[in-house]
Design a protein around this ligand. Sequence first.
Ligand code: ASP
Length: 341
Amino acid sequence: MRRPKILVLYTGGTIGMMKDQKTGSLVPFNFGNIYEHLPVLRTLDYTIDMYSFEHLIDSSNMTPEVWVELAEKIEENYEKYDGFVVLHGSDTMAYSASALSFMLENLAKPIIFTGSQLPMGMVRSDARENFITSVEIAASKMDGEPSVPEVCILFENHLLRGNRSTKFNAENFNAFSSGNYPTLADVGIKIKYNREFIMEPTGRPLIVHKQFNTNVGILKLFPGITHNYVKHILNTPGMKGLIMETFGSGNAPTSEWFLDELAEAIKKGLIIYNVTQCKSGSVEMGRYETSLDLTNIGVISGYDITTESALAKMMYLLGTQMGRREIKRYLQTPLRGEMTV
Ligand code: ASP
């Protein structure tokens, strides 16, 4: 049997940092020498190639331009490799994994995002395990087919669907959660794949979407929110789509000024997407009077989508040639397993 071939794409983040022996400060690690730093990788009997981005970034500096660069690297190498591992800072990993899931239509190979809370060079670092496990998952096959042909996030002992994930802890090694979808695999002595939750490839050729429209915003509701604030957000020049983070199952104030402002913005062409502030559960518009009004004025439901995924999905759909009606329809339809309706 042919040795599995994995391409590792290194974008930056803590995982790639090491203490400089002389200065003691954290500097990027040279992944070109990965076998020297992690000799245990040789026992895996895989071919592991590395591609390091020219500008390594803390993921707080992530942009859609870098997403496009990542997708292009994957596209260029898609036929040559069995799977891909993306080394990325954890802070915005859920946004990037969501974005890549929408960009890569008909994906049939694993794209595993991973990072770490402590740099690779530290004694108790989680980087080593996260890296090795991600490579193993990217190479794994079942009945000759990739075990997880999806964009995922691997952190600590869970493999999660990328567009269902959220970073919920800034300190623990277990930093990601997926409140509305089960784990795709659990990592212990063995890697146990939960096949019933893993997506089946469509069998059609890969299509890579590279256009994003970043004229979007997020409005998080809170008790005491002022008319002035809402008005300014809704009248942001050029804004095409707004994710509104509502309370509980999609509820919002019923004040006349609030609903009038939203209705006016929708009439002028703004798409307002209702997403819950809760980490688990779904928007259910019409369940309470406080969300029925939103339906009546044309706010659309994001069901149980995460804010990160909603943002990436909106930027992606607004970046296509689709008309407003079609975009609204797709926003309410699962495209890559990102929501349950
Ligand atoms: N600030 C870092 C980043 O997101 C944290 C990490 O790598 O986990 O790039």
